[in-house]
Ligand binder design. Structure first.
Ligand code: HEM
Length: 327
């Protein structure tokens, strides 16, 4: 008798397992019943923004990263300063650099019209990052959903947790590990620098005084460095823009890794993936050789990054406007 009850229990567990969600976990069908058109709405507005300004895809992809590394993927990056909130938009990695906030606002307002109070700003960031990757020719993946939005921001977290372009390899890897990501994720996700731009101020040091000896970084191709110096002077021109991947600047592909092998990575944080660690150097070589393996790992690592300590269930809230918490 006990045996058959056990059997019935096991059978019903297995039969219903696909419909049960583990508390606190994200899943792609989260809005299937409550806002089935959410994917189309995000996709059409991201596509429109990309058509107007191709760099926007890169900017939206980066916003998701700069959101997740602070307090988890909770849209804290989108909050403006007000009351006790000091906006993360003012942090070193974001100031004069992070962009795309108006596109997120437009998506949020379209979604609020369709299904009010339902879709989080954090999920909009995750979907926009995926759509931006696909629009530029990169891999596709199903985005796990169900994140909720934070009730605050952390400018300290933004300053401390997001790697800086002049950080050492060890520091960058530590910052990834603190978020549950490993060396494979680090190399694959750095592949995001296959699209988008950097300001002169983010890599100037490499052109003039990499290690305090008044010399350019010797791991940077000297002809490439000379060319960069013409638009990125010793002083001034801080905001001048340079493509991160000079071969195919608006296409998501593995040329970023090929550039590293040719000593033509733009940021110090890019080139050190090849020069400072054997494991990461081997990954750079693998991704330079095999675009398919890069794409597959990129998708996996994006899902992993998107899972960094989300707020779920009754934690946080669904903001009405992404720039401010609800009253
Ligand atoms: C590994 C450590 C990383 C460092 C040190 C780093 C640093 C930077 C810097 C300095 C810029 C240029 C910013 C400017 O000058 O305005 C940049 C741009 C960018 N980063 Fe990273 N990044 C890292 C990882 C990532 C990751 C993990 C992603 C996405 C998953 C990402 C996506 C991007 C994109 C797409 C751009 C171009 C943005 C635009 O054109 O608006 N980065 N990054």
């Amino acid at each position: 008798m006990a045996k058959s009850i056990n059997f019935i229990l096991l059978f019903s567990l297995l039969a219903f397992a696909p419909f049960c969600q583990i508390e606190g976990s994200l899943y792609p069908q989260f809005y299937e019943g409550s806002c089935p058109r959410v994917h189309d709405i995000v996709n059409s507005i991201v596509a429109k923004a990309f058509a107007k300004d191709p760099r926007m895809a890169a900017s939206l992809l980066r916003l998701h990263f700069h959101d997740c590394f602070v307090k988890g993927c909770d849209a804290s990056i989108l909050l403006d300063s007000s009351g006790t909130i000091i906006s993360e938009k003012r942090s070193n990695p974001n100031r004069d650099s992070a962009r795309g906030f108006e596109v997120i606002d437009e998506i949020k307002s379209a979604i609020e019209k369709e299904c009010p109070g339902t879709v989080s700003c954090a999920d909009i960031l995750a979907l926009s990052a995926r759509d931006s990757t696909v629009l530029t020719g990169g891999p596709n993946w199903e985005v796990p959903l169900g994140r909720r939005d934070s009730l605050g921001a952390s400018i300290q977290g933004s300053n401390n947790n997001i790697p800086a372009p002049n950080n050492t390899f060890e520091t960058i890897l530590t910052k990834f590990k603190l978020k549950g990501l490993d060396i494979v994720d680090l190399v694959a996700l750095s592949g995001s620098h296959t699209i988008g731009d950097s300001r002169c101020t983010s890599f100037r040091q490499r052109l003039y005084n990499q290690s305090g000896n008044g010399k350019a970084d010797f791991t940077l191709d000297q002809n490439y460095a000379a060319k960069l110096r013409t638009q990125c002077p010793r002083s001034g021109g801080d905001q001048n823009l340079f493509v991160l991947d000079f071969v195919t600047p608006t296409k998501f592909d593995n040329n970023y890794f090929k550039n590293l092998l040719a000593n033509k990575g733009l940021l110090s944080s890019d080139e050190i993936l090849l020069t400072k660690n054997k494991v990461s150097a081997d990954l750079v070589k693998k991704y330079a050789e095999r675009n398919d393996i890069f794409f597959e790992q990129f998708a996996k690592s994006m899902i992993k990054m998107g899972n960094i300590t989300p707020l779920t269930d009754s934690k946080g809230e669904i903001r009405k406007h992404c720039r401010k918490i609800n009253k």
